[in-house]
Design a protein around this ligand. Sequence first.
Ligand code: MSP
Length: 528
Amino acid sequence: MSQNKAAAGKSFYLSTPIYYVNDAPHIGHAYTTVAGDVLTRWHRQRGESVWFLTGTDEHGQKVMRTAEANNVSPQAWVDNLVETAWKPNWRALNIANDDFIRTTEPRHMERVQRFLQSLKDAGHIYAGKYEGPYCVGCEEFKLPGDLIDKDGEKLCPIHSKPIELVNENNWFFRLSAFVEPLLQHYRDNPEACQPESARNEVVSFLESGVNDLSISRSTFDWGIPVPWDKDQVVYVWFDALLNYATAVGLGDDPESAGGKKFAQTWPCDVHLVGKDILRFHAVIWPAMLMAAGLPVPGKIFAHGWLLVGGEKMSKSKLTGIAPSDITDHFGVDAFRYYFLRAIPFGTDGSFSWEDMHARYTSELANDFGNLASRLAAMVQKYCCGVLPAVSHDAGLEATLAATVEKADAAMCALDFQGGINAIMDFCKRVNGYVTEQEPWVLAKDPANQATLEGVLYNTAESLRALAVLLHPVMPATCEILWESLGANKTIGAIGDEQIGNVATWGQLPPGSLVEKSAVLFPRLETAE
Ligand code: MSP
């Protein structure tokens, strides 16, 4: 489907949630963003035009109170944290986002105001009174049934913190009017909310009846002013959800740059979200778009949580682990690989140093890294560093073709684990081939030189394919491997290599210089 869209000029558009800047990022946030980066890199390598958006959610009480507690203005707080923590974190993790939206930017605030006014003009917004529980951690109006009771106190089940009671005159969005259209949408388009368990949750939530939504707040001012009522600011989720559309020119003149960008990107193909923010994305957001007469997103995919001690890892519970705690030890690419490889996307998973250490050693250092260094060493030793003539191993070729097909289907279905497993199975198969062929034994008899050279060529070709297939997951490592195969000089930049072309055998030109590279996955000091 995406390829047809590419042909029609529509970009494959993927977003991450925009993150609250009440604190620095932890590995739960990095999990979503790395997944988005891997998927968009994969689609780019399918030859598609891609747009990848991430950003920060800067309004609301949660951020405002953190700034107050630190004796700075909310604006100074968010400016500092975005520049010193969030943006550098994504650069360090090699995230190739095309845009970074901040909800305090004028481009966002102006478009939100225009959108709100158009909904009001169309009769979807009315004045009302909200009375009920609110969790500042979730920035969510809660239903009594959502809460847990602890020693007579009502707590938010996600933050385990007391909720607050809100009693305000606010502006309301007629969300209830969209229950039937939303149910119809999910009946007609089951792929629009994934995995299936998430869709079932959304459908039963909708079937249980949904109230209209308060979309403004009047007791604080850290937010976007409601255009027709300057005593109120827009509810932070209504503001935040719109980022996906404001960042690509929502409501701009079709002839302007923003209008053209919107036509090229909208609707968003995939919104990646954690399961805790599924309802906002699968209920409120498409209802807002329906009210505005705009197409709804192609897919909302809710992934699971990284757990610590059986609970969602979070800064507020002091269980947050900074990405650098892991990358300092294992490196950035192992970090990018590990979580997508170890945890089925859509399922909760626990992080363990032991498991990461074990996979690093067996899958990355032994299976992948050693294969690359053995090949380079053998080409040096037996062929003076020069790649021999093209050779064809029918078994490897067929396995590679099946691998590419399987990996592509899995990745496009956001089954990262399935995709990476398929690729790493091929890597194991190539290791098996080298072990069976025993080039070091062949090398003892000059009569075997042609056979030996064939084995080395087949291994090098397999590594070429592995470098391209793993490039979206581990870009820096695969670039080193690509260079050691001489492919940057003979074929071109690895990022230009297309998934659909990987299985074409014999691409490395004979005569290329193969060089030893730095060790791809160095031995770890100690298990922690
Ligand atoms: N600001 C809102 C999102 C607005 S999108 C229009 C928000 N921000 S958040 O910073 O609290 O969370 C952002 C994302 O990080 C969510 O998808 C959330 O699920 C994810 N994660 C936060 N902690 C997580 C784990 N421990 N594990 C996996 N993902 C988790 O919600």
